[in-house]
Design a protein around this ligand. Structure first.
Ligand code: BES
Ligand code: ZN
Length: 475
């Protein structure tokens, strides 16, 4: 087992002191101090951290300038985070009382304590300085973090075979749906969601924007008694932000559940816990919510009935440690809900240069579902001239990891990004449609992918002819 060397802890505490001082300074001075501290951390990491050489890693651009807004509700509240050991190496300056653990796959994890107002720095350091992902699960108590790690089911989720559920026999539905995707509708949804000041989980906008999603989804289901929406609020650390769930009741396999999810919150990594922060989150992740919304519109527009139950989900509080999705996945686990597949749509609208159109996330996903994603892509999208590749995301980089940890099969398709990696404006005031060419064209492809996934996992209820004129074929 790996040991926490006292000298590195001492160095970490030293950095903490430097950074505590930066807190009390005027905002104009803070960035320079933080940069110096981060540089120090990077040096420590070069000595201790080891980067995996196997799969390509996601890269992110530099973050934008800090703003002057610093109003904080409870900046000293401790949050208990579960990170990979690699990520912990990068955040030792802000993480205290670290203990080493392993998950069921043997992955080295660390549980540590981070002040609430320093949470956004985890991503900051790890992405900007080390150029790799630094996701984490966040909990209000150490006991909850320990329980989460102790009961983790990632091994099962990644290896269990669900091939019986993943078949390709609903071409008629898919091929009818794919031409119906409208870029303008995707654009409108992204435009609406990114026009809120932010969708930060602990702000009033974070609540009203979630409620708008619920109302909008419900309007798409007008006149359907088999479709319902709810606000999921059973999340102890999601503040006032609800998750949104729309359910289409399955016709003949109602206990088998197909999930399509995206996170509805946004964050500005430079303004910490400010409820008035400017965080348009157009790509991250209004684009994912728009992808689900357009998928839903098309599926419901012609009275489609699925054989399995389908749940569309907008997750709360992803940007502060996958909180909404984790609460839902754990609640489903506790209630014995049988989820047969989870598609995660997080960032679908950015592509720059000669890169492949979609990247399958290679880690923390179910092997059969990943292979099925490849089959779906090669069957329905490749013939349109689209290309794919794959990339590792890192521990807990998005909500699919919540489902994986709960033992459910999940996978994620990720946007193309730029030639050198990912979207440069993530978590800044510049995550807007303007920086994506005022177009939602890339999300069209992801909507088509989501429609293929939906039709082939949930399947189409056969129409039974009982006399009269023959109905139109429904695949
Ligand atoms: N959309 C990102 C995840 C992402 C970003 C994946 C860039 C791949 C490339 C997500 O919203 C995010 O920011 N995740 C955090 C972790 C989260 C637990 C705070 C991250 O990756 O740092
Ligand atoms: Zn995101």
């Amino acid at each position: 087992p790996f040991l926490l060397i006292p000298t590195t802890l001492l160095l970490g505490m030293l950095v903490s002191v430097v950074m505590l001082r930066s807190d009390t300074m005027r905002a104009a001075h803070a960035p320079a101090v933080r940069t110096a501290a981060a540089a120090h951390l990077t040096r420590l990491d070069t000595a201790h951290g080891a980067e995996s050489a196997e799969a390509p890693r996601l890269r992110r651009g530099a973050v934008g300038p800090a703003t002057a807004a610093w109003s904080q509700a409870d900046p000293f509240a401790p949050v208990y985070v579960v990170t990979s050991r690699d990520t912990w190496q990068g955040i030792r300056g802000v993480a205290r009382n670290a203990v080493a653990r392993r998950d069921s796959t043997g992955m080295p994890l660390v549980i540590s304590e981070v002040r609430a107002d320093r949470l956004s720095e985890i991503g900051h350091y790890v992405h900007a300085k080390e150029r790799r992902c630094g996701g984490y699960f966040a909990f209000p108590s150490r006991a909850q973090a320990e329980d989460f790690v102790g009961a983790g089911r990632s091994m099962q989720a990644m290896t269990q075979s669900l091939l019986a559920h993943y078949t390709l026999d609903n071409q008629a539905t898919v091929e009818r749906w794919l031409p119906q995707v409208q870029e303008q509708r995707l654009y409108d949804t992204i435009n609406h969601l990114s026009s809120y000041r932010n969708r930060y989980y602990a702000s009033s906008y974070g609540k009203t924007s979630a409620e708008w999603i619920r109302t909008h989804w419900q309007s798409l289901a007008a006149g359907r008694s088999d479709v319902s929406t709810e606000l999921f609020t059973a999340c102890s650390n999601c503040s006032t932000q609800p998750s949104v769930i729309l359910t289409i009741q399955g016709w003949d396999l109602p206990n088998e559940v197909v999930v399509l999810g995206a996170h509805l919150d946004s964050i500005n990594a430079n303004t910490r816990t400010d409820p008035n922060q400017i965080a348009p989150g157009a790509d991250d992740d209004a684009s994912g919510i728009a992808t689900l919304t357009e998928t839903l519109r098309i599926a419901l527009s012609e009275g489609w009935r699925p054989r399995r139950t389908v749940k569309f989900m907008g997750y709360a509080a992803e940007e502060v440690g996958l909180r909404g999705s984790n609460a839902i996945a754990q609640s489903f686990l506790a209630n014995g809900v049988n989820v047969v597949g989870v598609l995660q749509a997080d960032m679908t609208n950015y592509k720059a240069g000669a890169v492949s159109d979609m990247r399958l996330i290679s880690d923390y996903s179910n092997a059969d579902l990943k292979n099925f994603f490849i089959t779906l892509f090669d069957t329905y999208l490749a013939p349109m001239g689209l290309t794919r590749s794959s990339v590792a995301c890192g521990y807990a980089c998005s909500d699919h990891a919540s489902w994986t940890n709960a033992g459910y099969p999940a996978a994620m398709m990720f946007e193309a990004g730029g030639p050198n990696g990912s979207y440069p404006y993530i978590h800044t005031t510049s995550d807007t449609l303007a920086t994506m060419g005022e177009s939602a064209q890339n999300s069209v492809k992801f909507t088509q992918f989501a429609l293929a996934y939906l039709a082939e996992t949930a399947k189409t209820k056969p129409i039974k002819v009982t006399g009269g004129p023959a109905p139109m074929s429904e695949g």
